[in-house]
Design a binder for this molecule. Structure first.
Ligand code: LLP
Length: 452
C-alpha cells in the first residue's frame, strides 16, 4: 500500500513505493541515518494545520454569537522554542504551568500578555517570573495562592489579572490520573457548597474581588484529558456560566472571560475517531449561549487550552528493532516480543495509564504473515511496554525501523533518563527537510550533572 496513511499518523506521513515511510517528504531511512534512533519526529505542517483548525473551529462557532475566542496551546504536551513560535505564528497563545515552560515560551518570543500561567503549587520564583513577564492571566488554584498572588503583585505595584480555577464536578477523560474536575483530587476550587454555605469557588472569586492588587478576569475549568465525547465540555460550560451569573448577582461584577481548558481527544490506533473539533466547538458555543440566555447575562470572551490535539498526532517515534523473542503464552499462542532501543523512558504513557499505541515496521515492505507482537523497551522492568498488542510482519528482525504514531504529546515532555538512558532528540520535518528542534541528550550531559 502506498500513499498517505491517515489517522493516527500525521497528515504528512506516506508509504513510499518501496515500503518505506516518508514524513513531510523525508524518508525514515534518512532520519535514522542522520539523527539516530530512537528519535521523535514532528511534522511541522501537520501541527500548524491542527493549531489553525482549532482556532478557526472555535472562532467560527463563537463568531455566530458575537463572542471573541482565544486558543491557548497547552505547553505541557510538548514545548520547545520552535513549537512555541509555530503555534504563536498560527495565532494561538500559550498556556504554561511552570517556570520552565514560562521561560521557554518567553525565549521563543511569545509576548507575556499572550501567556497564561497555571500551577497548583506555584513557587514564589514562578509567581515573580510570571508577574515580571506581564503574563496575560494567572490562574489561581487555591485560597492561599490568592493571598500570595495579591502580596506579590502589591509588592511590585501591579494589578495582576487573575482567573480562578474551579472544579465543576464533571469527570471526563481516559484515566483517573488525567481526569481533573471531580472532587477528590488536587486541582481547583469546588463549586459544591461548603458547610458554611458558599462553595470554595465562590469564596475564592469574592476573595480575588476583594484584593486591590488583583483584577478578577474570569473563571477557568479543565475537566480532564483524552476526552472523546463533547458532552462533558457542554455541561462544564453551563455550570461555569451559572457560577459567573451567581457571582454577578452577588457582587455586581460580571467577569469577562471563561476558559474551558483542554482535553480534546485524539486517535491513537487505526480506526479510532478523534474528537471532532467543529462538533465540540459548536456544542460548547450552543451550551454557552443557552446558559447566558437562561441566566440573563452577557456572553463572555471565551478560551480553550488544547495540548494533545495540537501536537499529539503531529509526532511519531522512530525506533530500531533489536532482540526479537517468541514467548509461548499459557493458552498456547505465541507472542513475539520485539525489543526496541528506547521504551518507558521516552514513552511512559503505556506504563502509567495503560495507554494503547500502534506500531509498524516502516523501513521496508514485507510479504511475511503477520504475528501477534508486543513492542517492549530496553529498561529493567517487565512493565516497560511501548505497544501492548500489535500485528507485525513475521519476519521482523534486528535492524528494522519501527514507527509508533501519535507520540507528539506527553512523550518527550514526560520522558525520563531512567536507567541513565539519554533522552531522544526531537526532529522537525517540513517540505522535504529535517532539522533538530531538541538535540539528543548524551551520557556526557548526564555526567555533567553528577558532582562526584
Ligand atoms: N489546560 C490545563 C489546565 C491542563 O491541566 C491540561 C492538561 C491542558 C490544558 C491540556 O490538556 P490536553 O488538551 O493536552 O489533554 N500526561 C497526561 C495528560 C495530562 C494532562 C494534564 N493537564 C497524558 O499523557 O495523557
Amino acid at each position: 500500500m502506498t500513499g498517505p496513511l491517515g489517522e493516527p499518523w500525521s497528515s504528512g506521513s506516506t508509504r513510499t513505493a518501496d515500503g518505506s515511510l516518508s514524513v513531510a517528504g523525508v524518508d525514515v531511512h534518512e532520519l535514522a541515518a542522520r539523527f539516530g534512533t530512537p528519535a521523535y519526529v514532528l511534522d511541522e505542517a501537520d501541527l500548524r494545520a491542527r493549531a489553525r483548525g482549532f482556532r478557526s473551529a472555535f472562532e467560527r462557532a463563537f463568531a455566530a454569537l458575537g463572542c471573541e475566542v482565544d486558543v491557548y496551546y497547552a505547553g505541557k504536551a510538548f514545548l520547545s522554542r520552535a513549537v512555541a513560535r509555530w503555534v504563536h505564528e498560527e495565532g494561538l497563545r500559550v498556556d504554561v504551568a511552570t517556570g520552565g515552560e514560562l521561560a521557554v515560551a518567553l525565549a521563543a518570543g511569545v509576548p507575556g500578555e499572550h501567556l497564561g500561567m497555571h500551577g497548583n503549587n506555584k513557587s514564589d520564583e514562578e509567581i515573580a517570573a510570571a508577574l515580571d513577564a506581564g503574563v496575560g492571566r494567572l490562574v489561581a488554584d487555591s485560597l492561599v495562592e490568592i493571598d500570595r498572588l495579591a502580596a506579590a503583585a502589591a509588592a511590585r505595584g501591579l494589578v495582576a489579572p487573575v482567573m480562578v480555577r474551579v472544579t465543576t464536578g464533571v469527570h471526563a477523560g481516559g484515566h483517573e490520573y488525567i481526569s481533573t474536575a471531580h472532587e477528590d483530587q488536587k486541582f481547583g476550587l469546588s463549586m459544591a457548597a461548603g458547610p458554611g454555605g458558599d462553595s470554595p469557588a465562590m469564596t475564592a472569586l469574592l476573595a480575588v474581588l476583594d484584593r486591590p492588587s488583583l483584577r478578577l478576569l474570569g473563571i477557568h475549568s479543565h475537566i480532564g484529558s483524552q476526552i472523546l465525547d463533547p458532552t462533558g465540555f457542554e455541561v462544564a460550560a453551563r455550570r461555569v456560566l451559572e457560577l459567573r451569573a451567581e457571582l454577578a448577582a452577588r457582587a455586581g461584577v460580571l467577569v469577562e472571560e471563561v476558559d474551558l481548558g483542554g482535553g480534546y481527544g485524539i486517535a491513537y490506533l487505526p480506526g479510532e475517531e478523534p474528537m471532532d473539533t467543529d462538533e465540540v466547538a459548536d456544542g460548547v458555543a450552543a451550551a454557552v449561549a443557552a446558559a447566558a440566555r437562561d441566566t440573563r447575562t452577557a456572553l463572555p470572551r471565551f478560551s480553550v487550552e488544547p495540548g494533545r490535539a495540537i501536537v499529539g498526532p503531529a509526532g511519531l517515534t522512530l525506533y530500531t528493532v533489536g532482540t526479537v523473542k517468541p514467548v509461548r503464552l499459557d493458552d498456547g499462542r505465541v507472542r513475539t516480543y520485539v525489543s526496541v532501543d528506547g521504551g518507558m523512558s521516552d514513552n511512559i504513557r503505556p506504563a502509567l495509564y495503560g495507554a494503547r499505541y500502534h506500531a509498524e515496521v516502516v523501513g521496508r515492505s514485507s510479504g511475511a504473515e503477520p504475528v501477534l507482537a508486543r513492542v517492549v523497551g530496553k529498561h529493567c522492568e517487565s512493565g516497560d511496554i511501548v505497544v501492548h498488542e500489535v500485528q507485525l510482519p513475521g519476519d521482523v528482525h534486528a535492524g528494522d525501523l519501527l514507527a509508533v504514531p501519535a507520540t507528539g504529546a506527553y512523550g518527550r515532555s514526560m520522558a525520563s533518563t531512567y536507567n541513565l538512558v539519554p533522552r531522544p532528540p526531537v526532529v522537525g520535518v517540513r517540505d522535504g527537510a529535517a532539522r533538530v528542534l531538541l538535540r539528543r541528550e548524551t551520557v556526557a550531559d548526564l555526567l555533567a550533572l553528577d558532582e562526584g
